[in-house]
Write a protein that binds this ligand. Structure first.
Ligand code: PLP
Length: 437
């Protein structure tokens, strides 16, 4: 596959097991898959096994593996300047920020760059708290916003004092009609009742204490849950009424995954702060950030912003953003995601639902879909974990990289996926669902 000396998988895994400590895992039982190369929607190891990547790695690879324009942009920047302090001005940083705000709504002109999605949310929360002078952050039970939290509170110097924020988090239930917490039977009911529940939560906590509502525009890890009509507009309205900052987390949903630059472009809502990571450069170099409304950015014209990172706006990450966004624009990659979702993935998953009684629901848009699997369509009891484990290994045995999450398969290929690749993957899902159904 390339001209580098090929190394047997066994050696790579042995080295990994000896020295690498993995995320979210009991280390003893791990047998990680070896990936050594890739192109577009395919990835492979050195022993000649090729996989169809319907995971986009960790749902970050929107532009596909090894896009030549992104690689060239990184290489060119590496030749010129590989690192620079965050306080400097650097052309790549400005160009990357300019391209990001060009895709944001009017009134967003500044970007604070972070190393990934979690610290983007940390900084958005920090901004919201400073903007409102309030503490509490509301977010939903069905959400994932990242895995940081304690470092600044452990810090000994002055930077700790304005940031002792590991407190004041309150959770509420967001909309999810298939498993409604509100006994709703229509999207309209779900929306209205979820909004009523949110307003009661705000009132119960005391509106004057709430700094922000932080929401994934389309909750991803929790099940790819597009919000029902009117929900996000209703949340915006509650934020207006109670003086609360609305932060939309677009880390997974943003930059093409829904078939739009931002997922919220499909809803009647404009947030105050937007967090992003993954799709902005497809993870070729770690990066994330906060897109800041002019009103909140103005708070820090005279007042020091008490936040910062050594690698904020790292030149290699910035070059990869420029390369990725320009190529996505030039090649119509976001439009491809929209089209393939509407014309190929959606209809194909619907026909799987017709055919297999274990499919409870399929939902999504663009290249952001879930197949929710149930033991019983009436009770909607989730398919048990051991069957889900079997599904995962059967998909992998057929060389499909899949995201299997709780009782769902998340169908999340790169935005560059082709009709033929969708047909190939759907045939594999079909075969495996028949096997376990
Ligand atoms: N927010 C959302 C919606 C995510 O899906 C994730 C990661 O999956 C994060 C934040 C955290 O991003 P990171 O892992 O880059 O810190």
């Amino acid at each position: 596959m390339n001209d580098r000396t090929s190394i047997p998988n066994e050696r790579i895994v042995a080295l990994d097991r000896a020295h690498v400590f993995h995320s979210w895992s009991a280390q003893g039982a791990l047998a990680p898959l070896v990936i050594s190369g890739g192109s577009g929607t395919r990835a492979w190891d050195d022993e000649g096994t090729t996989y169809l990547d319907f995971s986009s790695q960790l749902i970050n690879l929107n532009i596909g593996h090894q896009h030549p324009a992104v690689i060239a942009a990184i290489a060119e920047q590496a030749r010129q300047l590989t690192t620079v302090a965050p306080a400097t001005a650097n052309l790549a940083r400005g160009e990357a920020a300019k391209r990001i705000v060009a895709r944001a709504p009017a009134g967003f002109n500044r970007v604070f760059f972070t190393n990934g999605g979690a610290d983007a949310n940390e900084n958005a929360i920090r901004m919201a708290r400073l903007h409102t002078g309030r503490d509490t952050v509301l977010s939903t039970y069905r959400s994932y916003h990242g895995n940081t939290g304690a470092a600044i509170v452990a810090t000994g110097d002055w930077r700790r004092m304005p940031n002792q924020y590991a407190r004041g988090h309150v959770h509420f239930w967001g909309p999810y009609l298939y498993r409604s917490e509100f006994w709703a039977t229509t999207p309209e009911q779900e929306s209205e009742r979820a909004l009523r529940h949110l307003e009661r939560t705000i009132q119960g906590e005391g509106p004057q204490t709430i700094a922000a509502i932080l929401l994934e525009t389309v909750p991803g890890t929790a099940g790819i849950l597009p919000p029902p009509p009117g929900y996000l507009a209703g949340v915006r309205e509650l934020c207006e009424r109670y003086g609360i900052v609305l932060i939309l987390d677009e880390v997974m949903a943003g930059f093409g995954r829904t078939g739009r630059w931002f997922a919220f472009d499909g809803y009647d809502v404009v947030p105050d702060l937007i967090t992003f990571a993954k799709g902005v450069n497809s993870g070729y170099v770690p990066v994330g950030g906060v897109i800041i409304s002019d009103e909140i950015a103005a708070d820090f014209d005279e007042t020091v912003f008490p936040g910062g990172l050594t690698y904020s706006g790292h030149p290699l990450a910035m070059a990869s953003i420029i390369g990725a966004l320009d190529a996505m624009e030039r090649e119509g990659i976001v439009d491809n995601a929209a089209r393939i979702g509407a014309e190929a993935i959606g209809p194909a998953l619907e026909s799987l639902a017709q055919k297999h009684p274990i499919v409870g629901e399929v939902r999504g848009e663009g290249v952001f879909w879930a197949i929710e699997l149930v033991a019983d369509r009436e009770t909607r009891e989730p398919l048990p974990a051991e069957t889900m484990g079997r599904i995962k290994s059967e998909l992998l045995a057929r060389r499909l990289l899949a995201i299997v999450q709780d009782n769902r398969i998340h169908v999340v290929p790169p935005c560059v996926v082709t009709d033929d690749e969708v047909a190939e993957a759907v045939a594999i899902y079909d075969e495996v669902l028949a096997l376990v159904g």
